[in-house]
Design a protein around this ligand. Structure first.
Ligand code: HEC
Length: 282
């Protein structure tokens, strides 16, 4: 058998005896658990057949003891008074059953995390508030616009409170209240107050109180005031309520909650329906 051209000997620290002599390539296991924690040195010496040697020295550090974490004092810190310091130690590789709980050092939430959290929270609030601002086409809708703005957009003027005129032969009060409770109250509220930012208030609407009820009839039949062309949350009541019910509920909202505006009869609702139908046929 031909002799190996090169021999490799390995020493550890200052031991006079090598821990092994091998023919390359050599692989061996260094059991660091047998070494004390701290700096060590591995020396590899290779010698060829002519007796020429080369040496490689590798300094390394063994750390098998418990890990140490110190919170509250860093190297080079300038401190004064009493300094609260938290020390934690957790077993290293030698521990069979590793317990993660002990490795977690309970440190206070760092400032940057607070700043990040506050920045995200502030942005979220800004985003939310920004979304409350309606798009241009919604801006003149009764839900979002103040009453004066709607009055201006609709070209109507609130009626001066006059005693409601009951059209002859049409007793609308009871039917109106009942129709309102069944069909409108869920959204517009018991007292017509609506839901700020979501459902138009009927109490403060100049359109609702206009001397002429046509726009209100229109809104109830189609589900949105004229000229406010939007995907309204309000259903169109044209197919849900008859002329009597529409007239009654229109009179009801125009003459409740301190309101007093001229009442209409079912005949008027029929006329508006016909106009709508004629319009939709164009
Ligand atoms: C599903 C919820 C909902 C129901 C039910 C509902 N509405 Fe509305 N209503 C709205 C919303 C939302 C608006 C605002 C539409 C807009 O912004 O254009 C509105 C607007 C109105 C307007 C226009 C107000 C103005 O100032 O121009 C009138 C009048 C009205 N509703 C009456 C009624 C009546 C009467 C009923 C029952 C027959 C009814 N609504 C049922 C949600 C509803």
């Amino acid at each position: 058998m031909a002799e190996d051209p090169v021999k490799v000997a390995i020493w550890l620290d200052d031991n006079p005896e090598p821990i092994g002599v091998y023919s390359p390539p050599a692989s061996f296991e260094l059991d660091t658990t047998k070494l004390p924690d701290g700096p060590h040195r591995l020396i590899v010496r290779a010698t060829d057949r002519a007796g020429v040697t080369s040496v490689r020295v590798i300094d390394f550090e063994v750390h098998n003891g418990p890990g140490i974490a110190v919170v509250g004092l860093n190297p080079g810190d300038v401190v004064e008074g009493r300094v609260p310091i938290l020390v934690n130690a957790y077993a290293g590789t030698t521990e069979e059953q590793w317990e993660p709980k002990r490795a977690e050092t309970p440190a206070p939430v760092p400032t940057w995390a607070w700043v990040l959290f506050l920045a995200v929270a502030a942005w979220a609030m800004f985003y939310w508030a920004d979304n409350l601002r309606p798009e241009a086409e919604l801006a003149v809708s009764p839900t979002f616009a103040p009453p004066e703005r709607i009055a201006e957009a609709a070209g109507v003027r609130p009626a001066s409170p006059t005693p409601p005129a009951e059209p002859a032969g049409f007793a609308w009060r009871e039917l109106g209240a009942e129709t309102y409770q069944r069909n409108c109250m869920a959204c517009h509220g018991e007292n017509g107050e609506g839901v700020l930012g979501f459902v138009a208030s009927l109490r403060e609407s100049p359109r609702v109180l206009a001397p002429d009820a046509e726009e209100v009839i229109y809104a109830v039949l189609t589900g949105a005031p004229r000229g406010v062309d939007l995907r309204s949350q309000m259903p169109a009541f044209a197919d849900l309520l008859d002329d009597q019910q529409v007239a009654a509920v229109v009179n009801y909202i125009r003459n409740s909650w301190g309101h007093a505006a001229p009442a209409v009869d079912p005949e008027r609702v029929r006329t508006v329906r016909q106009q709508l139908r004629a319009h939709s046929q164009d």
